[in-house]
Structures are given as structure tokens and as C-alpha cells.
Design a protein around this ligand. Structure first.
Ligand code: GLN
Length: 200
């Protein structure tokens, strides 16, 4: 059974701990570098990415996070956590740092102008039934590099292009939406299987 940490600086930490436990992982909060060193994998929750980023620097976690990602640790980021995994962000704060690791450009609060918050059923690569996407001032993925697999998209409100809302690159997974708020644990189970495969 893998031990999976949830970055517990700000955001919906508790919901991820519950979802991971339901997906048969040992879940624990991570606030300090020593705690990061003890986990096999990490979830970065939704919340406010500027705050999470600032606190990660303050708590001495930003460099250890980058090192673990570079060393291949599996990480799943939801919403603000997706922003944290992006190599490049648009509409971020000027001084906003990310951990990076996924070769993608993510636009913060991208869905915010039309809808502060909405829910929609989304077909998700490899899953028989769609997942319920809960979007809360959510980012979308503006563009991805060649090594990034697109797992889910939603139709654009204002044109023919679909918006990318779930991606995977190697051991890194990110969604614009919040499966931890739905009681449907399939995306967390998908991540736990990624973690188990990475350990073999
Ligand atoms: N808008 C937030 C940000 O930019 C993300 C919102 C969320 O995580 N639900 O960090």
C-alpha cells in the first residue's frame, strides 16, 4: 500500500485525505520537508495557488518539491495544484513560482469570467463512465508539449475549440476540476495505480 502525502499548506486537504484513503492509499498531510521525504507520492490540492506557492517557499518546501518531481515522484494536482505543476502560467502573480514538471501552459481563473463555478460530466480517457467535473475558479490548460497526454477536455463556451482540463506527463497528473469533492474516487484510484506502477 503506497503512502501518499497531501500538501497541507492551504486548500482542500481533508477532502483529498479522505478520497485517497477510499482509494486504498495511506494518506497523510505534508507540511515540512521531513514529511515530504517520507511519502511515496503527493497530492497538491485545490485552493489558492498564489498562497500555496508563497507558503511552499516560506516552509522550505519549494526546492525539495522540485527535486522530488525531477527524481520521478508521482504527483497529482487539482486546480491550484494543477497550476503548481505547470512549467508556465498565464494570469499568475508576477512573483508566483511553480514547482513545474508538466510541459504545459496553464491559464489561472480561465473559466472564471463566464462562470465562477460549475459542474459538468466529462469523458475521461480510459474510464467507462464520465466523471463529474466540479470547476471552482478553475484554470484550463492553454497548450501542452509533445510529451503530454490529454485525458479530458470540455467544449469551449465561446467557440469550436475544446478546453483541456486533465493531463498526464509521466508520473505527473493534473486536473482543472476537483474529484475529491464528488465522492467518486475513480481519479484518485487512477493516481494510486500510477503510484503503484512507478514503484515496480
Ligand atoms: N483560482 C485558484 C488559483 O488561481 C484556483 C482555484 C481552485 O483551486 N479551486 O489558485
Amino acid at each position: 500500500t503506497p503512502t501518499i502525502g497531501v500538501l497541507a499548506l492551504q486548500g482542500d486537504v481533508r477532502e483529498h485525505l479522505v478520497a485517497l484513503a477510499a482509494a486504498d492509499a495511506l494518506a497523510r498531510p505534508v507540511r515540512r520537508p521531513e514529511e515530504l521525504a517520507e511519502v511515496d507520492a503527493l497530492v497538491m490540492p485545490g485552493g489558492e495557488s498564489t498562497t500555496i506557492s508563497k507558503l511552499a517557499v516560506l516552509f522550505g518546501l519549494m526546492d525539495p518539491l522540485r527535486e522530488r518531481v525531477r527524481a520521478g515522484m508521482p504527483v497529482y494536482g487539482t486546480c491550484a495544484g494543477m497550476i503548481m505543476l505547470a512549467d508556465k502560467i498565464l494570469d499568475g502573480r508576477d512573483d508566483q513560482e511553480t514547482v513545474g514538471g508538466i510541459d504545459m501552459t496553464v491559464r489561472r481563473n480561465a473559466f472564471g469570467r463566464q462562470n465562477e463555478s460549475f459542474e459538468t460530466a466529462i469523458p475521461f480517457e480510459g474510464m467507462a463512465e464520465p466523471v463529474t467535473g466540479v470547476f471552482i475558479r478553475a484554470p484550463w490548460v492553454e497548450s501542452v508539449g509533445a510529451g503530454v497526454e490529454v485525458l479530458a477536455e470540455v467544449p469551449a463556451a465561446d467557440g469550436p475549440d475544446a478546453r483541456i482540463v486533465a493531463v498526464r506527463q509521466g508520473n505527473l497528473l493534473a486536473t482543472s476540476f476537483h474529484p475529491e469533492l464528488t465522492g467518486d474516487h475513480r481519479v484518485h484510484e487512477y493516481f494510486v495505480r500510477m503510484v503503484e506502477a512507478a514503484a515496480r
